[in-house]
Design a protein around this ligand. Structure first.
Ligand code: SAH
Length: 345
């Protein structure tokens, strides 16, 4: 039996077999058969529902220096901003009225938001929006901090592992950062009862198909409830400014693979995918993704949360975004729902 047949049957493979599967990603019939299996599974578990997450990018200060990222500490051209608790709550209020039932607080690793400040923000959202999920995406913290945030009311945590290959990790990050710590964080978050999201960029500098095979094995072991993948997009103020962007087609292929590997996974069609291709998010939904994460950040700050060049949806008000996205989702036969959209067990 070849790797494709085996994957369709078992939904899991060894590292060696993932290498074989990935080696065939450009074969049209392989893509087609994986795509139909992925769509079958997403429909079995989620029907035609697409969940939305209101993304609140509350700070672009960061103490880290990830080489690919436009808001890394070393980028002195970035115009920095922070949202106050009141501004964050205002984003939630607008979002709630528009039907969002998950709020994602994402930011750089900004020491200004001490654990106490974070917990206070989380508690305030928790008290005002009892029927909403709170997702954090604020990087690597200690077990104690994660525990505090969980007790304050956070339900989910997004922390992409970025790459499961140690050497590749070292090419993307300064020596102070380590893959081991990133992975430790993910396992601790799981232990604390968070719904956890891992993931990686497709086509980041130095990434090979072998790296991706390792990413898949890692995801298969971790079994996260959410997986975020999107193409790498160069940012002009980084050392990767002249590197090529990741492939949309490979991203789409991997979305199908991840849907098959983790059939109940919450899998966003990411903004990066929409940036690389005007119908990228629709295409993502058509191959197995079931989540979209429009921006709820105040429009005056949006352009400053500048992870990569030409990021889409930085000009519209939240309501326009919601309307536009609703139509996009419908154009591929799905529908946006106003639900928390928790992982199904
Ligand atoms: N500080 C948080 C949030 C990071 S931003 C954390 O460490 O988790 C969210 C994600 O954006 C990152 O995990 C990374 O995978 C992605 N990202 C950053 N720079 C990017 C780029 N140039 N192209 C595409 N995606 C990028």
């Amino acid at each position: 039996m070849d790797a494709v047949e085996k994957f369709l049957k078992d939904h899991s493979l060894s590292l060696e077999e993932y290498r074989e599967l990935l080696g065939r990603w450009q074969e049209a019939d392989v893509r087609e058969v994986l795509k139909s299996e992925a769509v079958k599974l997403r429909k079995k578990y989620y029907g035609d529902k697409v969940f939305t997450r209101g993304l609140i990018e509350f700070t672009n200060y960061c103490k880290n220096n990830c080489y690919y990222c436009g808001i890394r500490k070393g980028n002195h051209n970035a115009q920095r901003y922070r949202l106050t608790k009141e501004e964050i709550l205002e984003c939630c209020k607008q979002g709630y009225e528009l039907g969002f039932r998950t709020f994602v607080l994402q930011g750089g690793e900004d020491p200004y938001y001490t654990d106490e400040k974070m917990a206070d923000i989380i508690r305030s959202i928790r008290e005002s929006y009892t029927d909403c999920a709170i997702t954090l995406s604020i990087g690597e913290k200690s077990y104690e901090s994660y525990r505090l945030f969980r007790e304050a009311g956070a339900d989910r945590y997004l922390l992409r592992h970025e790459t499961a290959n140690e050497e590749h990790y070292g090419k993307l990050h300064p020596p102070q950062m380590s893959l081991a710590n990133r992975m430790k964080c993910l396992y601790e978050l799981k232990e604390l009862g968070y719904q956890v999201g891992a993931g990686f960029m497709v086509g980041s500098p130095g990434q090979t198909l072998d790296c991706i095979a390792r990413d898949l094995v890692f995801l298969q072991e971790l079994k996260p409830q959410m997986v975020g993948i999107g193409p790498f997009i160069p940012h002009h103020d980084t050392e990767f400014a002249n590197e090529p962007a990741g492939s949309v087609d490979l991203t789409l292929f991997l979305l199908s693979v991840i849907r098959i590997m983790l059939p109940k996974v919450l899998l966003p069609a990411t903004t990066a995918l929409g940036t690389m291709d005007p119908r990228g998010r629709e295409k993502g939904l058509s191959v197995g993704a079931n989540v979209v994460m429009p921006n709820l950040s105040p429009v005056m700050n949006r352009k400053k949360y500048d992870l990569y060049d030409n990021k889409i949806c930085t000009g519209e008000e939240a309501a326009e975004c919601r309307g536009c996205l609703g139509r996009r989702v419908e154009s591929v036969g799905y529908r946006l729902v106003n639900e928390r959209g928790d992982a199904i067990q």
